[in-house]
Design a protein around this ligand. Structure first.
Ligand SMILES: NC(=O)c1ccc[n+]([C@@H]2O[C@H](COP(=O)([O-])OP(=O)(O)OC[C@H]3O[C@@H](n4cnc5c(N)ncnc54)[C@H](OP(=O)(O)O)[C@@H]3O)[C@@H](O)[C@H]2O)c1
Length: 342
């Protein structure tokens, strides 16, 4: 049995509840939202585990959350961070099977940006030994979302549209789509990402700064008939893309990378063309998908990371004690995750 220290280092939230605004997953200074603290090591209750952190990843949802613009309220004084990888060092009743296992987890009791984390056993996935700690730290939120959303696209035809395709999730969806014989149409804002995304699996890549982009998209839409738009940007360009899609198209909004609020310019399309606007949230998917189906998805996710079809691109590594001072700077590097280590 591991001897646990009484206290731990943690990066805690300094605000409660919601902010009432939505300025996007960007921060100028982490100290506006976070502080360093020594906290008692939490104790796992029934059905919970205590995890010693190995690695945590920084996702846009973490930034929305600390800024008070996510789907759950902040709790001042509790550690930030949703996702990571670590070792189960203590268990509550009913969770004993996980004792000693290395797991990927979503923090549901206390945040991941701490030396120790309490979460529900149900939010832990035991990791295969051939998966690295860095891949383990980004094993749940984006990969499970990619599997669930490409499944939505698969049910609606060959082609689908993905915005912010240079994001980690966008890349996972392009390669998964290609592997399933689908045609992902990737939308990006950086022209220098076109070739690498094609290599990853995008059938076509369009760049939003190209003045002819909407004409090119309209032609592709006529040819390939994409009926699902998986959108993490949700700005006016997104709305124009949706309007250029065929009858029955679904605009599935799952992120808000742009702070711009789009206007609906062709509401008749909803009435006469059977188009729909909807949301996707992994948390909802997890509570509404039968456990056996989730386990199948978990197995496929780990297989894809283990054999290299998927990987976590890492842009920067930060010590837990450097998060408050250096996170904003670390996030300036594009194309990869910031990984936090204790
Ligand atoms: N609903 C859910 O359940 C769920 C689950 C997981 C993730 N998500 C969402 O999925 C999105 C991607 O997550 P991730 O972890 O893959 O992100 P990520 O790897 O951190 O990448 C985000 C990338 O998006 C691009 N971007 C940022 N602002 C943009 C803008 N205004 N317009 C176009 N592109 C922009 C940037 O790439 P460039 O600099 O290369 O342009 C940035 O690197 C986020 O919005 C996240 O909240 C939602």
């Amino acid at each position: 049995m591991t001897t646990l220290p009484p206290n731990m280092f943690a990066v805690i939230q300094t605000h409660d509840g919601y902010s009432g605004s939505a300025t996007g997953p960007f921060i100028e200074d982490a100290a506006d939202w976070l502080a360093e603290a020594e906290l008692p090591v939490p104790e796992p209750g029934p059905g919970q585990v205590l995890i010693k952190l190995r690695t945590a990843s920084v996702n846009p949802s973490d930034l929305h959350f600390i800024k008070g613009e996510y789907g759950q309220p902040r709790v001042k004084g509790t550690p930030a961070g949703f996702e990571g990888c670590g070792d189960v060092v203590a268990t509550g009743t009913g969770a004993e099977a996980l004792q000693g296992q290395r797991v990927a987890f979503v923090a549901a009791g206390s945040g991941a940006w701490a030396e120790y984390i309490v979460t529900q056993a149900l939010m832990c996935i035991p990791l295969r030994p051939d998966i690295s700690d860095e891949d383990g730290s980004a094993q749940v939120i984006n990969p499970m979302t990619a599997m669930a959303m490409v499944d939505i696209a698969r049910g609606a035809g060959d082609a689908f549209v993905v915005s912010a395709a240079t994001s980690q999730l966008g890349k996972l969806m392009c390669s998964l789509g290609r592997d399933l014989g689908l045609k992902p149409i990737a939308i990006v804002r950086r022209a220098d990402a076109v070739e690498s995304l094609k290599e990853l699996g995008a059938h076509e890549v369009l760049v939003t700064s190209d003045p002819d982009m909407m004409q090119k998209f309209a032609a592709l839409s006529m040819e390939l008939k994409p009926r699902v738009f998986l959108d993490a940007v949700t700005d006016q360009v997104s709305e124009q893309i949706f309007c250029s899609m065929p009858n029955g198209a679904r605009w599935v909004i799952y992120g808000k990378l742009s702070p711009e609020l789009p206007k609906l310019t062709q509401t008749g399309q909803l009435i006469f063309m059977g188009k729909r606007i909807e949301g996707f949230w992994l948390t909802k998917w997890m509570t509404s998908t039968p456990p056996a189906d989730q386990m199948r998805v978990v197995g496929e996710v780990q297989a894809r990371f283990a054999d290299g079809r998927w990987k976590t691109d890492v842009s920067e590594r930060l010590g837990l004690r450097d998060v408050v001072a250096n996170l904003a700077n670390a996030l300036k590097k594009s194309d990869g995750k910031v990984i936090i280590t204790p």
